[in-house]
Design a protein around this ligand. Structure first.
Ligand code: HEM
Length: 293
């Protein structure tokens, strides 16, 4: 089962959390939950049996080097495995889908990115896996930021609450009693012209690099309103890993392949197909790949 189905379920349950315990007892819902857990447990068992071949997340979850004094139980480790698959899988892959959609829909952007990739990682001189170099590539990072702005993987569901015992809080001029759930939807902030202009709904990576657009308008790019990984002490713990993964995948694909939309694909479908559950769901993106000469 694709993990996406479980994400969809979570997208419903987050609005009616009090019903979750009851619903999980009903087979129709438990199947989704069970399938997801089975997948995670299967991966856990396989990896535990094979041991570490490299220092990846699992290597640290299981304390294989003994760096932590604490013994990590099977349940604790499984918890981390569930969280990583759930929080790190569909988030990264849907944003990557968005990056390739926007590159193919904007050939001049793909051309400019290709020039940058070819100059930093010339073909035949190794894979584009140097993390420091990738982090310093302005256009690559502008393309990823611009996709995260228009298509944040968590579009709405960043929740916060005045904690119990705080007596409540005034937020944006309104009184919020304690335990009130507040949403700070990145999708809405990211398309607000007070923070991103001109053309907040358009894909323009240059807004992350230049101060003036091609027609002489001044860009407003307010990074304090850019929260695809949320903000504050409980922000995304996987942010740096996700950015590294995306930089590597995008640079590799651009270095190695010519790409175009498959025949008969209507690019208008991409935005139409976006669905906001807990994590954004994307539609199909049929693409033709040819190895570059
Ligand atoms: C493009 C990829 C990703 C995006 C856009 C993203 C975004 C987010 C957001 C918005 C949150 C909510 C934070 C909050 O409530 O303030 C979050 C939490 C979290 N993310 Fe990510 N994430 C991504 C990839 C990853 C990866 C690769 C991992 C780990 C393998 C990961 C692990 C987590 C965990 C464990 C949390 C919960 C943190 C907590 O509650 O303390 N994420 N992520």
């Amino acid at each position: 089962m694709p993990v996406t189905n479980y994400v969809e379920l979570a997208g419903h349950l987050e609005h009616i959390p009090w019903i979750t315990g009851l619903l999980y007892k009903l087979a129709v819902v438990s199947v989704e939950q069970q399938n997801f857990e089975d997948l995670a447990i299967q991966r856990y068992e396989k990896r535990k049996e094979e041991g570490s071949k490299r220092r990846d997340l699992f290597h640290y979850f299981t304390n294989e080097e003994g760096l932590e004094e604490m013994e990590v139980s099977r349940d604790q480790c499984l918890n981390e495995v569930f969280a990583s698959i759930f929080a790190g899988g569909d988030t990264t892959s849907t944003v990557l889908g968005g990056v390739f959609f926007h590159l193919l829909a904007n050939p001049s952007v793909l051309d400019r990115l290709r020039k940058e990739v070819d100059s930093e990682f010339p073909s035949g001189e190794g894979e584009p896996f140097d993390a420091v170099k990738l982090a310093g590539m302005p256009y690559l990072n502008a393309v990823i930021n611009e996709t995260l702005r228009l298509q944040p993987a968590v579009a709405t569901s960043i929740q916060r609450t005045p904690v119990e015992g705080s007596g409540g809080k005034v937020i944006a001029g309104r009184w919020m009693p304690e335990s009130t759930i507040l949403y700070v939807p990145p999708y809405v902030l990211h398309r607000d012209s007070r923070y991103f202009s001109p053309s907040p709904d358009s894909f323009i990576p240059e807004r992350w690099l230049d101060t003036i657009d091609g027609e002489g308008h001044r860009f407003t790019t307010d990074t304090s309103a850019f929260i695809p990984f949320s903000a504050g002490p409980a922000n995304c713990v996987g942010k740096n890993l996700a950015l590294l993964e995306m930089r590597m995948v995008v640079a590799t694909m651009v270095q190695k392949f010519d790409m175009k939309f498959a025949a008969r694909y209507d690019p208008r479908k991409w935005e139409e197909d976006l669905q906001d559950f807990f994590v954004m769901k994307v539609g199909k993106l049929p693409v033709v790949l040819n190895v570059r000469e």
